[in-house]
Design a binder for this molecule. Structure first.
Ligand SMILES: CC(C)(COP(=O)(O)OP(=O)(O)OC[C@H]1O[C@@H](n2cnc3c(N)ncnc32)[C@H](O)[C@@H]1OP(=O)(O)O)[C@@H](O)C(=O)NCCC(=O)NCCS
Length: 219
């Protein structure tokens, strides 16, 4: 890809194109509502990122901050994001929870996802957050469901014997696999509702310093 990808904070005027793009990425999963995206921006604008090339929106990454100890491994997307409102955002938490990431299907595989993940890692460093946690979809699993349980599928992805369009990418982005979550997005037919719980630890996290979010810092 020759054109430069710019990662910047989401603006209110990005909401409509962002929903249009999301519908193209997930034709079978209900897209976000405009009012929820507006609310996400009110709750934690720093966590909402878009990727643009030549002024065109080509991807997005949405995050909130949670106190991970208050959550179980088995949780749903609806629960941890308060049905997409991000009302579960906790400025005293240490964990950036990666709620969504997507890239224009025509441009996938050209480094935009990597740029969005770099944006998230920058957020962690800037706010002195300890880690990023996410539940990654497993969109390749429906091809293997008749051959193996989901745990073996994920092991084979980790061993490099199977390429999953999402988990392989996330492992290459430095995330570690922590377990399977079932019923995470029940409508996700490709992943059969399964997701891989993954974590990236911020090597620059300083536990002697507060997170800049809880300080009320307006970075
Ligand atoms: C997952 C997703 C966000 C990744 O975004 P992306 O822009 O395709 O990511 P990148 O281009 O940075 O990397 C994807 C792959 O392309 C490779 N790649 C990147 N630039 C490349 C280039 N110039 N030449 C060749 N390969 C390249 C990367 O190494 C990576 O390979 P890997 O999967 O083996 O790790 C994207 O595929 C997507 O939107 N998927 C659908 C939505 C979704 O399921 N989101 C996840 C929610 S949990």
């Amino acid at each position: 890809m020759n054109s430069k990808v710019i990662i910047r904070n989401t603006d209110v005027c990005d909401i409509k194109p962002l929903i249009d793009l999301q519908k193209r990425v997930y034709p079978t999963i209900p897209s976000w509502r405009e009012d929820l995206l507006r609310h996400q921006l009110e709750v934690f604008s720093h966590g909402q990122l878009v990727a643009e090339i030549n002024g065109q929106l080509v991807g997005a990454a949405s995050s909130l901050v949670v106190s991970w100890n208050e959550w179980e491994v088995q949780h749903t997307w609806q629960e941890i994001t308060a049905r997409g409102s991000f009302d579960t955002h906790n400025p005293h938490g240490l964990t950036l929870y990666a709620a969504e990431v997507f890239v224009n299907p025509r441009l996938q595989g050209s480094g935009i996802g990597h740029a969005l993940y770099q944006g998230r890692r920058r957020l962690c460093r800037k706010f002195n957050l300890k880690r990023i946690i996410a539940c990654g979809r497993l969109p390749g699993y429906h091809h293997y469901v008749d051959q193996m349980p989901v745990e073996l599928y994920v092991q084979k992805v980790i061993w490099g014997d199977i390429h999953d369009p999402v988990l392989s990418f996330q492992l290459h982005e430095g995330f570690n696999y922590c377990g399977i979550v079932s019923g995470y997005i029940p409508e996700d037919q490709e992943s059969l509702g399964y997701a891989a719980l993954i974590v990236w630890l911020n090597p620059r996290y300083n536990r002697k310093k507060p997170t800049l979010i809880s300080e009320g810092n307006s970075l």
